[in-house]
Design a protein around this ligand. Structure first.
Ligand code: ADP
Length: 550
């Protein structure tokens, strides 16, 4: 439309300019020439008296030109009249004829002058009118351009805005969003493509939703069919899933737990609180004792951290059966080791009697056999007493009778108890005892047993003629009693397992049960103390007991 108006405006401007040009040319070509010829003829009349021949020639020349330049209505009539009057003047050059001639020339000049004026006025009028129309058309153009300037972006942006709103809805998973634009417009096509896409996404969502639901149901069946308790938490400790057995030991229905904060629920549930505690912090790996179905059950708790910190799965492993078997084993060992003591004591008593010369002298071979029986009986007694101690610890019936004890009393006891052994291996036992040292509040019998065991190990696992140092140090409020030997030492890779029950360093030739250090650890820890090892292969070992001073 704007193009049409501008074309019209251009055409009109060209047409008007052409009109003005033509009018101006007319003025110049016709009327102006007539005036010019008339003036020349006028000049010729005035030179008639001076040079009549030149004057006549000039007059006739311009008269001919004038005759061919008739452009006004009455101009031809006056030109003819002029010709006639000139002919008359040529024959009779009177004053009257000259005046008549001059008047006719003047009339011609006036006629053309008026015409010039009229045409010039017309040209001016045409120019004015053209200017007016051009201004009107220019204003219309400007108004249209402004309207388009305002409207066109609106026309363009409104659908784009609607489209971007639609895309936003889709990105927010609102697949019901549809767009409607004029079907024929370009945006109509975009809208129909958008609507198709939204519809397909909605269908996809429905199908994937159905898939997710069926997968969820399947997982629920799997989790519920596992006969060990499982609880799934997200990273905010909200319960995501819990199987039937877990809800039964927690005594809360799964409906009351799913999507609930485990922290909130744990406020009224001790077991859940205990389980949640282990999600963030290290807790003891002691089995969990739970009273369900009128009996005690034991569970090992495992925490499975999910990738990218997305949550934790708490899995409980029912070890009640193993615990029962372990208890049966402990009972059995306890009974056996206890029952063994009497026959061993009887054997030892009989040996004493056998060694008595009053019964009869033994030959050397018999004496050696008797000694071997005595040594093995000692070993049997020590093993059975170690086993008994172990079963006491395991059964949790370890009773402490603490009393204030000087550390030197323990050392003296241990040295006394291992004197025979030390003499046998020609081991030199040194004592490192500071002048002042605080006392301990301990079951001296138990700690003395620990020290004896350490000293006995130090002698056993060192070569003959070696030295062993038994010492005490006071470090702030702790008293450390150590036994250092310079024997073969213990490889660092066994330092962690050395205190485990029945553990013996592979390749150990000296006979033993692997229980001494385990019992020592239990005894020391029962006092709230610690026992640790510092050892290097080939450099000897140092076992350190740390106990609180009184
Ligand atoms: P046992 O001495 O009856 O085997 P222990 O629990 O006292 O049981 O010791 C466990 C193991 O540790 C021993 O079998 C031995 O291999 C190692 N061990 C203990 N004390 C020492 C020591 N002082 N030097 C080297 N090895 C040692």
């Amino acid at each position: 439309m704007l193009l049409a108006i501008i074309t019209l405006l251009g055409y009109y401007a060209a047409q008007t300019t052409e009109d003005i040009k033509r009018n101006t040319e007319n003025i110049l070509a016709d009327n102006y020439n007539s005036v010019k010829y008339a003036q020349k003829m006028f000049w010729a009349l005035h030179h008639f008296q001076v040079d009549s021949l030149l004057a006549v020639a000039t007059f006739e020349e311009y008269l001919v030109l004038q005759k061919n330049n008739i452009c006004e209505n009455t101009e031809e009539q006056y030109t003819e009249k002029l010709e006639q009057e000139f002919e008359r003047y040529k024959t009779e050059s009177s004053k009257e004829n000259l005046i008549a001639l001059s008047e006719t020339i003047n009339t011609l000049i006036l006629l053309n002058g008026n015409a010039i004026e009229k045409k010039s006025e017309f040209a001016t009028q045409t120019a004015h009118q053209a200017l007016k129309w051009m201004i009107v058309l220019a204003v219309i153009c400007v108004v249209i351009a402004i309207l388009m300037l305002i409207k066109i972006p609106q026309i363009l942006t409104t659908p784009i805005k609607k489209l971007s709103e639609g895309i936003l809805e889709i990105s927010n998973h609102n697949y019901d969003k549809r767009l409607s634009f004029d079907e024929k417009s370009e945006f109509g096509k975009v809208a129909s493509s958008f609507n198709n896409m939204a519809q397909e996404l909605a269908q996809f969502q429905e199908s994937s939703m159905a898939h997710i639901i069926s997968t969820k149901q399947y997982l629920e069946i799997v989790i519920n069919s596992i006969d060990e308790p499982i609880i799934g938490l997200d990273n905010q400790k909200q319960i995501l899933f819990v199987n039937n057995i877990a809800s039964s030991i927690l005594n809360i229905s799964s409906e009351k737990m799913i999507k609930k904060s485990a922290l909130d629920l744990s406020l009224t549930n001790d077991l859940l609180r205990r389980l949640i505690k282990g999600v963030d912090q290290e807790i003891s790996d002691e089995p969990l004792k739970i009273y369900t179905n009128d009996k005690e059950s034991y569970f090992e708790v495992h925490y499975l951290s999910l990738p990218e910190n997305s949550g934790t799965v708490i899995m409980l492993n029912n070890i009640t059966r193993f615990k029962e078997l372990d208890n049966a084993k402990t009972n059995f060992i306890s009974v056996i080791s206890h029952e063994l003591k009497t026959p061993i004591a009887a054997i030892m008593m009989s040996l004493q009697l056998l060694k008595d010369n009053r019964i009869g002298a033994m030959n050397d071979e018999q004496a050696n056999l008797a000694q071997s029986i005595s040594d093995n009986s000692d070993r049997l007694l020590s093993i059975s007493s170690e086993l008994l101690k172990m079963t006491q610890v395991e059964a949790g019936v370890l009773q402490l009778s603490p009393k204030i004890t000087k550390p030197i009393e323990l050392i003296n006891y241990a040295i006394g108890a291992t004197r025979v052994l030390a003499d046998k291996f020609e081991c030199n036992i040194e004592v490192d005892y500071p002048e002042t040292i605080d006392k301990l509040f301990i079951d001296s019998e138990k700690i003395a047993w620990v020290l004896t065991n350490l000293l006995s190990n130090a002698i056993h696992y060192s070569s003959d003629n070696s030295r062993v140092i038994v010492g005490v140090k006071q470090i702030e409020d702790k008293i450390e009693i150590y036994v250092r030997d310079f024997g073969k030492g213990i490889d660092a890779r066994y330092h962690k397992t050395i205190f485990d029950r029945y553990f013996r360093v592979p390749g150990t030739k000296v006979q033993g049960s692997g229980l001494g250090l385990a019992i020592s650890k239990d005894f020391v820890e029962a006092h709230g103390g610690t026992i640790r090892i510092e050892s290097e292969l080939g450099q000897g070992s140092c076992f350190i007991i740390s106990l609180a001073k009184t």
